[in-house]
Design a protein around this ligand. Sequence first.
Ligand SMILES: Cc1ncc(COP(=O)(O)O)c(C=O)c1O
Length: 389
Amino acid sequence: MAVEPPLYLDACAAAPPAEPVIAAMLAAYQGAWANPSSLHGFGFAAADRLERSRQSIAAALGFPASWLTFCSGGTEASHGALLGAAAQLPKGRLVISAVEHPAVQAAARQLEAQGWELAIWPVDGVGRVEMACLDRLLAPPTRLVSVLWGQSEVGTLQPIETIGAACRRAGVLFHSDAVQVLGHQPLEIEALPVDLLTFTAHKIQGPRGIGALVARPDLALGAWIGGGGQEAGRRGGTEAVSLAAGFAAAIQLAQARLKASGGRDPLEPERDRLLAALEPLAGVTFTGCRQRRLPHHLSLLLTSPSGTPLPGRQVVSHLWQRGLAVSSGTACSSGRASGSPVLGAMGYPPEQAGSGLRISLGPWLTPSQLDSLPARVSAALVAVQTELT
Ligand SMILES: Cc1ncc(COP(=O)(O)O)c(C=O)c1O
Protein backbone atom coordinates (compact mmCIF):
# COMPACT_ATOMS: atom_id res chain seq x y z
CA MET A 1 0.00 0.00 0.00
CA ALA A 2 1.34 3.45 -0.93
CA VAL A 3 2.26 5.60 2.07
CA GLU A 4 0.78 9.09 1.84
CA PRO A 5 3.35 11.88 2.03
CA PRO A 6 3.02 14.20 5.03
CA LEU A 7 1.00 17.39 4.62
CA TYR A 8 2.87 20.66 5.01
CA LEU A 9 0.66 23.05 7.02
CA ASP A 10 3.32 25.48 8.27
CA ALA A 11 3.30 28.18 5.56
CA CYS A 12 3.81 30.95 8.11
CA ALA A 13 7.18 29.43 9.09
CA ALA A 14 8.40 28.85 5.51
CA ALA A 15 6.79 27.77 2.26
CA PRO A 16 8.16 25.20 -0.21
CA PRO A 17 9.75 26.94 -3.21
CA ALA A 18 7.49 26.92 -6.27
CA GLU A 19 8.77 25.44 -9.56
CA PRO A 20 8.64 28.79 -11.47
CA VAL A 21 10.65 30.35 -8.63
CA ILE A 22 13.37 27.74 -8.95
CA ALA A 23 13.33 28.15 -12.75
CA ALA A 24 13.67 31.96 -12.46
CA MET A 25 16.56 31.58 -10.02
CA LEU A 26 18.35 29.06 -12.20
CA ALA A 27 17.97 31.28 -15.27
CA ALA A 28 19.32 34.29 -13.35
CA TYR A 29 22.23 32.28 -11.95
CA GLN A 30 23.17 31.02 -15.39
CA GLY A 31 22.61 34.21 -17.35
CA ALA A 32 23.27 36.96 -14.82
CA TRP A 33 25.79 35.51 -12.37
CA ALA A 34 28.26 38.42 -12.54
CA ASN A 35 28.68 41.29 -10.11
CA PRO A 36 26.03 43.94 -10.94
CA SER A 37 28.59 46.68 -10.19
CA SER A 38 31.05 45.45 -12.85
CA LEU A 39 31.53 47.79 -15.80
CA HIS A 40 31.36 45.22 -18.58
CA GLY A 41 28.70 43.28 -20.38
CA PHE A 42 28.52 40.46 -17.80
CA GLY A 43 28.02 43.00 -15.03
CA PHE A 44 25.48 44.95 -17.09
CA ALA A 45 23.45 41.77 -17.58
CA ALA A 46 23.42 41.13 -13.82
CA ALA A 47 22.50 44.75 -13.05
CA ASP A 48 19.73 44.60 -15.64
CA ARG A 49 18.33 41.36 -14.17
CA LEU A 50 18.39 42.85 -10.66
CA GLU A 51 16.61 46.02 -11.73
CA ARG A 52 13.99 44.07 -13.67
CA SER A 53 13.24 42.07 -10.50
CA ARG A 54 12.98 45.28 -8.50
CA GLN A 55 10.63 46.79 -11.08
CA SER A 56 8.50 43.67 -11.29
CA ILE A 57 8.02 43.56 -7.49
CA ALA A 58 7.31 47.30 -7.29
CA ALA A 59 4.77 47.18 -10.13
CA ALA A 60 2.99 44.20 -8.55
CA LEU A 61 2.74 45.92 -5.17
CA GLY A 62 2.00 49.45 -6.38
CA PHE A 63 5.00 51.64 -5.57
CA PRO A 64 7.98 53.15 -7.45
CA ALA A 65 10.91 50.75 -7.82
CA SER A 66 13.35 53.24 -6.25
CA TRP A 67 11.61 52.73 -2.88
CA LEU A 68 12.79 49.10 -2.62
CA THR A 69 16.02 48.04 -0.93
CA PHE A 70 16.84 44.34 -1.26
CA CYS A 71 18.29 42.74 1.87
CA SER A 72 18.61 39.31 3.47
CA GLY A 73 15.04 38.96 4.76
CA GLY A 74 12.43 40.20 7.19
CA THR A 75 14.72 40.32 10.20
CA GLU A 76 17.21 42.57 8.42
CA ALA A 77 14.51 44.74 6.83
CA SER A 78 12.98 45.50 10.22
CA HIS A 79 16.40 46.33 11.67
CA GLY A 80 17.06 48.58 8.67
CA ALA A 81 13.70 50.30 9.11
CA LEU A 82 14.03 51.04 12.80
CA LEU A 83 17.77 51.67 13.04
CA GLY A 84 17.95 53.45 9.67
CA ALA A 85 15.03 55.76 10.48
CA ALA A 86 16.16 56.43 14.04
CA ALA A 87 19.65 57.41 12.83
CA GLN A 88 18.07 60.39 11.06
CA LEU A 89 15.86 61.48 13.94
CA PRO A 90 16.50 63.27 17.21
CA LYS A 91 16.15 60.75 20.08
CA GLY A 92 12.60 60.37 21.29
CA ARG A 93 10.05 57.67 21.97
CA LEU A 94 9.66 54.51 19.89
CA VAL A 95 6.33 52.66 20.16
CA ILE A 96 6.05 48.98 19.21
CA SER A 97 3.08 46.67 19.69
CA ALA A 98 3.15 43.94 22.33
CA VAL A 99 2.90 41.25 19.62
CA GLU A 100 5.83 42.19 17.36
CA HIS A 101 8.11 39.65 15.73
CA PRO A 102 11.36 39.22 17.74
CA ALA A 103 13.23 41.08 14.96
CA VAL A 104 11.41 44.34 15.71
CA GLN A 105 11.75 43.75 19.43
CA ALA A 106 15.51 43.27 19.05
CA ALA A 107 15.94 46.44 16.97
CA ALA A 108 13.81 48.34 19.49
CA ARG A 109 15.99 47.15 22.38
CA GLN A 110 19.05 48.39 20.48
CA LEU A 111 17.48 51.82 20.19
CA GLU A 112 16.53 51.75 23.85
CA ALA A 113 20.18 51.05 24.69
CA GLN A 114 21.08 54.11 22.60
CA GLY A 115 18.81 56.35 24.71
CA TRP A 116 15.43 56.03 23.01
CA GLU A 117 12.40 55.65 25.26
CA LEU A 118 10.56 52.43 24.41
CA ALA A 119 6.79 52.13 24.87
CA ILE A 120 4.88 48.88 24.32
CA TRP A 121 1.41 49.23 22.79
CA PRO A 122 -0.88 46.74 24.59
CA VAL A 123 -3.25 44.41 22.72
CA ASP A 124 -6.69 43.06 23.60
CA GLY A 125 -7.77 39.43 23.97
CA VAL A 126 -7.79 38.84 20.20
CA GLY A 127 -4.40 40.45 19.66
CA ARG A 128 -5.52 43.83 18.27
CA VAL A 129 -3.70 46.93 19.53
CA GLU A 130 -5.82 48.89 22.01
CA MET A 131 -6.92 51.85 19.90
CA ALA A 132 -7.94 53.77 23.04
CA CYS A 133 -4.19 54.23 23.71
CA LEU A 134 -3.47 55.71 20.27
CA ASP A 135 -3.52 59.45 21.08
CA ARG A 136 -1.52 58.99 24.27
CA LEU A 137 1.10 56.88 22.49
CA LEU A 138 1.48 59.30 19.58
CA ALA A 139 1.99 62.34 21.81
CA PRO A 140 5.52 63.87 21.97
CA PRO A 141 8.23 62.69 22.30
CA THR A 142 7.07 59.79 20.05
CA ARG A 143 8.92 59.85 16.72
CA LEU A 144 8.64 56.29 15.43
CA VAL A 145 5.93 53.57 15.61
CA SER A 146 6.20 49.93 14.51
CA VAL A 147 3.14 47.66 14.35
CA LEU A 148 3.07 44.18 12.83
CA TRP A 149 0.43 44.05 10.06
CA GLY A 150 -0.43 40.33 10.25
CA GLN A 151 0.50 38.50 13.45
CA SER A 152 2.25 35.26 12.55
CA GLU A 153 1.18 33.28 15.60
CA VAL A 154 -2.49 34.20 16.10
CA GLY A 155 -3.24 35.59 12.63
CA THR A 156 -4.71 38.90 13.77
CA LEU A 157 -4.54 41.83 11.33
CA GLN A 158 -3.94 45.30 12.76
CA PRO A 159 -5.78 48.42 11.52
CA ILE A 160 -2.71 49.64 9.66
CA GLU A 161 -4.46 52.38 7.69
CA THR A 162 -6.03 53.97 10.78
CA ILE A 163 -2.74 53.81 12.70
CA GLY A 164 -0.79 55.15 9.73
CA ALA A 165 -3.19 58.06 9.19
CA ALA A 166 -2.93 58.99 12.87
CA CYS A 167 0.89 58.81 12.68
CA ARG A 168 0.82 61.15 9.66
CA ARG A 169 -1.31 63.67 11.55
CA ALA A 170 1.06 63.48 14.51
CA GLY A 171 4.20 63.79 12.34
CA VAL A 172 5.43 60.37 13.49
CA LEU A 173 7.14 57.82 11.20
CA PHE A 174 5.33 54.51 10.82
CA HIS A 175 6.85 51.11 10.06
CA SER A 176 4.92 47.89 9.60
CA ASP A 177 6.19 44.33 9.28
CA ALA A 178 4.10 43.01 6.38
CA VAL A 179 5.89 39.66 6.08
CA GLN A 180 2.79 37.52 6.65
CA VAL A 181 0.42 39.72 4.65
CA LEU A 182 2.48 39.64 1.45
CA GLY A 183 0.86 37.48 -1.22
CA HIS A 184 -2.37 37.01 0.73
CA GLN A 185 -4.10 40.26 -0.12
CA PRO A 186 -3.67 42.80 -2.93
CA LEU A 187 -1.35 45.65 -1.91
CA GLU A 188 -1.23 49.22 -3.27
CA ILE A 189 1.66 50.46 -1.20
CA GLU A 190 1.98 53.99 -2.53
CA ALA A 191 -1.58 54.72 -1.39
CA LEU A 192 -0.95 53.46 2.16
CA PRO A 193 -0.15 55.88 5.00
CA VAL A 194 2.93 53.82 5.88
CA ASP A 195 6.54 55.06 5.67
CA LEU A 196 8.43 51.76 5.91
CA LEU A 197 7.39 48.18 5.17
CA THR A 198 9.19 44.90 5.79
CA PHE A 199 8.90 41.92 3.41
CA THR A 200 10.53 38.54 2.98
CA ALA A 201 10.38 36.02 0.13
CA HIS A 202 10.42 32.64 1.85
CA LYS A 203 6.87 32.77 3.25
CA ILE A 204 5.42 32.99 -0.27
CA GLN A 205 7.34 30.14 -1.91
CA GLY A 206 10.27 32.38 -2.77
CA PRO A 207 13.89 31.69 -1.78
CA ARG A 208 15.30 31.99 1.75
CA GLY A 209 17.81 34.80 2.28
CA ILE A 210 16.15 37.68 0.49
CA GLY A 211 13.69 40.30 1.63
CA ALA A 212 12.98 43.93 1.06
CA LEU A 213 12.60 47.15 2.93
CA VAL A 214 10.23 49.53 1.15
CA ALA A 215 10.76 53.13 2.25
CA ARG A 216 9.20 56.39 1.11
CA PRO A 217 11.73 58.58 -0.74
CA ASP A 218 11.34 61.57 1.57
CA LEU A 219 12.90 59.56 4.40
CA ALA A 220 16.60 60.20 4.61
CA LEU A 221 17.12 56.61 5.66
CA GLY A 222 20.64 55.93 6.90
CA ALA A 223 22.75 52.95 5.80
CA TRP A 224 22.31 50.00 8.14
CA ILE A 225 25.11 47.99 6.54
CA GLY A 226 28.02 49.95 5.17
CA GLY A 227 30.23 48.68 2.36
CA GLY A 228 30.43 49.14 -1.38
CA GLY A 229 27.53 51.54 -1.70
CA GLN A 230 25.09 49.01 -3.15
CA GLU A 231 21.33 49.49 -2.90
CA ALA A 232 21.59 53.29 -3.08
CA GLY A 233 24.17 53.24 -0.30
CA ARG A 234 21.77 51.79 2.27
CA ARG A 235 22.84 48.18 2.30
CA GLY A 236 26.36 47.16 1.39
CA GLY A 237 27.20 43.77 -0.11
CA THR A 238 27.16 42.32 -3.62
CA GLU A 239 23.50 41.92 -4.57
CA ALA A 240 21.92 38.45 -4.71
CA VAL A 241 20.65 38.70 -8.29
CA SER A 242 19.32 35.16 -8.48
CA LEU A 243 17.47 35.39 -5.15
CA ALA A 244 15.91 38.67 -6.27
CA ALA A 245 14.70 36.95 -9.44
CA GLY A 246 13.14 34.18 -7.33
CA PHE A 247 11.50 36.76 -5.05
CA ALA A 248 9.99 38.53 -8.07
CA ALA A 249 8.73 35.23 -9.50
CA ALA A 250 7.10 34.30 -6.17
CA ILE A 251 5.30 37.64 -6.02
CA GLN A 252 4.07 37.21 -9.60
CA LEU A 253 2.63 33.80 -8.71
CA ALA A 254 0.91 35.12 -5.59
CA GLN A 255 -0.52 38.09 -7.50
CA ALA A 256 -1.84 35.84 -10.25
CA ARG A 257 -3.62 33.68 -7.64
CA LEU A 258 -5.19 36.72 -6.00
CA LYS A 259 -6.26 38.13 -9.36
CA ALA A 260 -7.79 34.85 -10.47
CA SER A 261 -10.00 34.82 -7.37
CA GLY A 262 -11.16 38.43 -7.51
CA GLY A 263 -8.56 39.80 -5.09
CA ARG A 264 -9.33 37.34 -2.28
CA ASP A 265 -6.96 34.65 -1.15
CA PRO A 266 -8.42 31.37 -2.46
CA LEU A 267 -7.11 29.70 0.70
CA GLU A 268 -9.60 31.58 2.87
CA PRO A 269 -12.65 29.35 2.21
CA GLU A 270 -10.49 26.26 2.80
CA ARG A 271 -9.27 27.74 6.09
CA ASP A 272 -12.87 28.51 7.12
CA ARG A 273 -14.02 25.00 6.24
CA LEU A 274 -11.19 23.56 8.30
CA LEU A 275 -11.93 25.81 11.25
CA ALA A 276 -15.61 24.84 11.15
CA ALA A 277 -14.57 21.17 11.36
CA LEU A 278 -11.94 21.67 14.10
CA GLU A 279 -13.75 24.02 16.45
CA PRO A 280 -16.40 21.55 17.63
CA LEU A 281 -13.69 19.07 18.75
CA ALA A 282 -13.36 18.62 22.50
CA GLY A 283 -10.43 20.63 23.89
CA VAL A 284 -10.09 22.99 20.89
CA THR A 285 -10.55 26.76 21.29
CA PHE A 286 -9.99 29.37 18.59
CA THR A 287 -7.47 32.19 19.27
CA GLY A 288 -6.96 35.57 17.59
CA CYS A 289 -9.41 37.75 15.72
CA ARG A 290 -12.12 36.05 13.66
CA GLN A 291 -13.10 38.90 11.35
CA ARG A 292 -9.75 40.50 10.64
CA ARG A 293 -7.16 37.78 10.25
CA LEU A 294 -4.67 36.36 7.79
CA PRO A 295 -6.73 34.35 5.28
CA HIS A 296 -4.50 31.26 5.32
CA HIS A 297 -4.03 31.11 9.08
CA LEU A 298 -5.75 29.22 11.85
CA SER A 299 -4.72 29.30 15.51
CA LEU A 300 -6.04 27.22 18.37
CA LEU A 301 -5.57 26.59 22.06
CA LEU A 302 -5.59 22.98 23.20
CA THR A 303 -6.85 21.49 26.45
CA SER A 304 -7.96 18.14 27.79
CA PRO A 305 -11.75 17.64 28.05
CA SER A 306 -11.47 18.68 31.72
CA GLY A 307 -9.77 21.95 30.69
CA THR A 308 -6.13 21.15 31.50
CA PRO A 309 -3.83 22.91 28.96
CA LEU A 310 -1.96 20.48 26.71
CA PRO A 311 1.68 21.24 25.81
CA GLY A 312 1.57 22.54 22.23
CA ARG A 313 4.96 21.07 21.37
CA GLN A 314 3.84 17.59 22.38
CA VAL A 315 0.73 17.96 20.21
CA VAL A 316 2.92 19.07 17.28
CA SER A 317 5.05 15.98 17.69
CA HIS A 318 1.98 13.68 17.77
CA LEU A 319 0.54 15.40 14.71
CA TRP A 320 3.81 14.84 12.89
CA GLN A 321 3.55 11.14 13.73
CA ARG A 322 0.15 11.34 12.00
CA GLY A 323 1.59 13.00 8.90
CA LEU A 324 0.87 16.67 9.63
CA ALA A 325 3.56 19.37 9.77
CA VAL A 326 2.22 22.22 11.93
CA SER A 327 3.65 24.41 14.66
CA SER A 328 2.92 25.49 18.19
CA GLY A 329 3.12 29.25 17.80
CA THR A 330 5.95 30.73 15.76
CA ALA A 331 9.14 28.95 14.84
CA CYS A 332 10.94 31.64 16.86
CA SER A 333 9.05 31.06 20.13
CA SER A 334 8.55 27.32 19.87
CA GLY A 335 11.50 26.60 22.16
CA ARG A 336 10.30 28.69 25.12
CA ALA A 337 9.37 26.87 28.30
CA SER A 338 7.28 29.82 29.53
CA GLY A 339 4.91 29.64 26.58
CA SER A 340 4.16 32.16 23.91
CA PRO A 341 4.79 35.84 24.75
CA VAL A 342 2.11 36.69 22.15
CA LEU A 343 -0.59 34.69 23.96
CA GLY A 344 0.75 36.17 27.21
CA ALA A 345 0.31 39.69 25.84
CA MET A 346 -3.26 38.78 24.86
CA GLY A 347 -4.00 37.95 28.49
CA TYR A 348 -3.67 34.17 28.49
CA PRO A 349 -2.12 32.89 31.75
CA PRO A 350 1.30 31.19 31.48
CA GLU A 351 -0.20 27.70 31.90
CA GLN A 352 -2.31 28.27 28.75
CA ALA A 353 0.28 30.24 26.78
CA GLY A 354 2.20 27.02 26.01
CA SER A 355 -0.84 25.32 24.47
CA GLY A 356 -1.09 27.11 21.14
CA LEU A 357 -1.30 25.38 17.78
CA ARG A 358 -0.90 27.09 14.41
CA ILE A 359 -2.04 25.67 11.09
CA SER A 360 -1.12 27.75 8.06
CA LEU A 361 -2.12 26.79 4.54
CA GLY A 362 -0.53 27.23 1.13
CA PRO A 363 -1.46 26.71 -2.52
CA TRP A 364 0.33 23.35 -2.66
CA LEU A 365 -2.55 21.78 -0.65
CA THR A 366 -5.70 20.46 -2.27
CA PRO A 367 -9.07 20.75 -0.49
CA SER A 368 -9.51 16.98 -0.28
CA GLN A 369 -6.14 16.61 1.47
CA LEU A 370 -7.52 18.64 4.36
CA ASP A 371 -10.53 16.37 4.92
CA SER A 372 -8.68 13.97 7.20
CA LEU A 373 -7.26 16.75 9.39
CA PRO A 374 -9.91 16.93 12.15
CA ALA A 375 -9.72 13.18 12.81
CA ARG A 376 -5.92 13.35 13.00
CA VAL A 377 -6.03 16.33 15.38
CA SER A 378 -8.54 14.50 17.59
CA ALA A 379 -6.35 11.41 17.69
CA ALA A 380 -3.26 13.48 18.56
CA LEU A 381 -5.08 15.21 21.43
CA VAL A 382 -6.18 11.88 22.88
CA ALA A 383 -2.62 10.55 22.54
CA VAL A 384 -1.17 13.55 24.40
CA GLN A 385 -3.77 13.28 27.16
CA THR A 386 -2.96 9.59 27.56
CA GLU A 387 0.75 10.39 27.74
CA LEU A 388 0.14 12.96 30.46
CA THR A 389 -2.02 10.74 32.71
C1 LIG B 1 6.02 38.47 10.95
C2 LIG B 1 7.43 38.10 10.65
N1 LIG B 1 8.37 39.06 10.57
C3 LIG B 1 9.65 38.79 10.30
C4 LIG B 1 10.05 37.50 10.10
C5 LIG B 1 11.51 37.22 9.83
O1 LIG B 1 11.74 37.06 8.47
P1 LIG B 1 13.11 36.36 7.97
O2 LIG B 1 13.02 34.93 8.39
O3 LIG B 1 13.08 36.54 6.50
O4 LIG B 1 14.22 37.09 8.60
C6 LIG B 1 9.12 36.46 10.16
C7 LIG B 1 9.55 35.05 9.98
O5 LIG B 1 9.40 34.24 10.84
C8 LIG B 1 7.78 36.77 10.47
O6 LIG B 1 6.85 35.81 10.58
